[in-house]
Design a protein around this ligand. Structure first.
Ligand code: ZN
Length: 276
């Protein structure tokens, strides 16, 4: 299939799209829009794969989110089986990573003490490391969810873990920082390591121009994180991958490049990185 746009991170499997998701995927196909449906645990990973199997323009990422569904560890046997049976649909591992927003907030609100905060960070680290090893073993890239809060620097810890893994495995460690809304300094740290970022709808209504300028066109993607964070002029609505052109237009404006040219480059990034 020839794509005009690609939304590399969406959750159309969420229950609010019940009865609508297949229509959305068909409309996307008509407009040449592809997406990667993202898993956050075993159930949602299976749902993402099932959805991908129904639509040529939908692919799947499987894995365990750092804070969604804390009951689950990363069940490697389950994920390996799913992967082996759906090699053409699964293009990525995640979303996985480190989320310090909630535990730090709980610490500040007195719902957690320092010791339990440290334990939670350790739990997230183990979960993350297991998925990096799994991605390397299967030669797949990682879809990273990394969220810092106040002085709880998840980015620094993620870089430390990834640096260690890069020392071990070199270029086999490939990673995209999803929902990237940080400043240019962190963007540069990511690009320096050969990793990529995906920009959400937030770039259409918050000033992230300096961040966009700090990332070369070949190191970025666009995403909706559907149903969250709809871009301008759709704010307040459930986001769908049909809104993805707004992010491409914004990047073209900030980079002062021809939109068509940016559009083509961003699709090529997806095809190269995810082997689609
Ligand atoms: Zn997500």
């Amino acid at each position: 299939m020839n794509y005009n746009y690609f939304d590399i991170h969406s959750h159309l499997t969420e229950s609010r799209f019940e009865g609508a998701r297949d229509e959305i995927a068909k409309e996307m196909a008509t407009q040449g829009i592809g997406t990667i449906s993202i898993g956050v645990d075993t159930k949602e990973s299976q749902a993402a794969v099932d959805f991908a199997n129904k639509h040529e323009n939908v692919f799947a990422s499987i894995g365990q989110h750092p804070v969604d569904n804390k009951e689950e560890l990363f069940d490697e046997d389950f994920y390996q089986r799913l992967l082996d049976q759906n090699k053409n649909e699964i293009v990525c591992i995640g979303e996985c990573g480190l989320d310090y927003y909630w535990p730090k907030k709980e610490l500040l609100d007195g719902e957690r003490d320092a010791e339990s905060f440290a334990t939670e960070k350790g739990r997230q680290r183990d979960l993350f490391v297991r998925q990096i090893d799994f991605a390397v073993k299967n030669s797949l890239p990682l879809m990273l969810h990394v969220r810092s809060y106040e002085d709880a620097d998840a980015h620094k810890d993620a870089f430390d873990i990834l640096d260690e893994k890069q020392k071990e495995h070199g270029g086999l460690v490939r990673a995209n920082f999803h929902f990237f809304t940080e400043g240019p300094e962190i963007a540069k740290e990511i690009v320096k390591r050969g990793f990529t970022v995906s920009f959400p709808g937030v770039i259409t209504f918050a000033d992230l121009d300096k961040t966009i300028q700090a990332v070369p066109l070949e190191s970025m993607f666009t995403e909706t994180d559907s149903p969250y964070a709809a871009p301008k002029p759709f704010r307040g609505k459930d986001a769908t991958p049909l809104m993805i052109r707004e992010m491409v237009q914004k990047i073209a404006n900030v980079k002062e490049r021809n939109k068509q040219e940016v559009q083509v480059a961003l699709v090529k990034n997806v095809e190269d990185f995810f082997n689609i």
